[in-house]
Ligand binder design. Structure first.
Ligand SMILES: CC(C)(COP(=O)(O)OP(=O)(O)OC[C@H]1O[C@@H](n2cnc3c(N)ncnc32)[C@H](O)[C@@H]1OP(=O)(O)O)[C@@H](O)C(=O)NCCC(=O)NCCS
Length: 166
C-alpha cells in the first residue's frame, strides 16, 4: 500500500472508487473541482497494481467572505474490502501534513462527527464558525494547522459552488 499525492493519471481510478463508495454525484463533484483547478490537494492510497483503493481531497473554502487559506476535506473514501486497516487515517494525516507544509491555515469538514473527532478535529461552532448551509451547522468540524488560525475569526464557511445542495 502506497500513500501519496494524487497525480493526473490517477483520475480515472479515483473516479471509479468514488462511484463505488458514494455514487455519481461525489465522483462528478471531484472531477468538476479538478477541472476547475479547485482541488487544493488529493491524496491516494494505491495497491500493488497501482489502483486507487483510498482517496481524500481538499478544496478551498471562504471564511466570512475572505480567503484565509482554509480548505475543506471532502470526500474521504476507502474501498470496502480494505477498511479497518488504518488507510483512512493515513490518508487524512498525510493530507494534513502536506497542507501544513504548504502553509494552509485550517481544515474543515462535514460528515461523521465521531470519525473526524477521533482523528483530531473539533466542533467549529464553539468558535463561532458555521457552515453557510444552515442545516449543516451541527456537523462542521475544524482542524487548525496554524497556531493563530482561529484568532479573531468567526462567521460563515462557504464551500465551493459544487458542494451546494450537499
Ligand atoms: C470512513 C472510512 C474512510 C474509514 O476508512 P478506514 O480505512 O476504514 O479507517 P481506518 O481504518 O483508518 O480507521 C481510523 C480510525 O477511525 C476509526 N473509525 C473508522 N471509521 C469510523 C467511523 N465511521 N466512526 C468513528 N470512528 C471510525 C477506526 O476505528 C480507527 O480507529 P483507531 O485509529 O483507534 O484504530 C471508510 O470506512 C469509508 O470509506 N466509508 C464510507 C465513506 C465515508 O463514510 N466517508 C467518511 C465520511 S464523509
Amino acid at each position: 500500500m502506497l500513500i501519496r499525492v494524487e497525480i493526473p493519471i490517477d483520475a480515472p481510478s479515483i473516479d471509479t472508487l468514488l462511484r463505488q463508495v458514494f455514487g455519481d454525484e461525489s465522483a462528478d463533484r471531484v472531477r468538476n473541482l479538478r477541472e476547475d483547478g479547485l482541488l487544493t490537494l488529493g491524496v491516494v492510497a494505491t495497491d500493488d497494481e497501482g489502483q486507487v483503493v483510498g482517496y481524500v481531497a481538499f478544496s478551498p473554502v471562504m471564511v466570512a467572505g475572505e480567503d484565509r487559506q482554509w480548505v475543506a476535506l471532502s470526500p474521504l473514501a476507502v474501498k470496502t474490502a480494505l477498511r479497518g486497516q488504518g488507510i483512512g487515517k493515513q490518508l487524512v494525516y498525510e493530507g494534513l501534513d502536506s497542507l501544513n507544509e504548504f502553509g494552509y491555515s485550517a481544515v474543515v469538514t462535514l460528515g461523521s462527527d465521531e470519525l473526524y473527532q477521533h482523528l483530531g478535529f473539533q466542533p467549529a461552532a464553539p468558535y463561532g464558525i458555521r457552515c453557510a448551509q444552515a442545516e449543516m451547522d451541527t456537523t462542521l468540524q475544524i482542524y487548525p494547522l496554524a497556531e493563530d488560525a482561529l484568532n479573531g475569526v468567526h462567521g460563515l464557511v462557504e464551500y465551493a459552488e459544487y458542494f451546494k445542495g450537499v
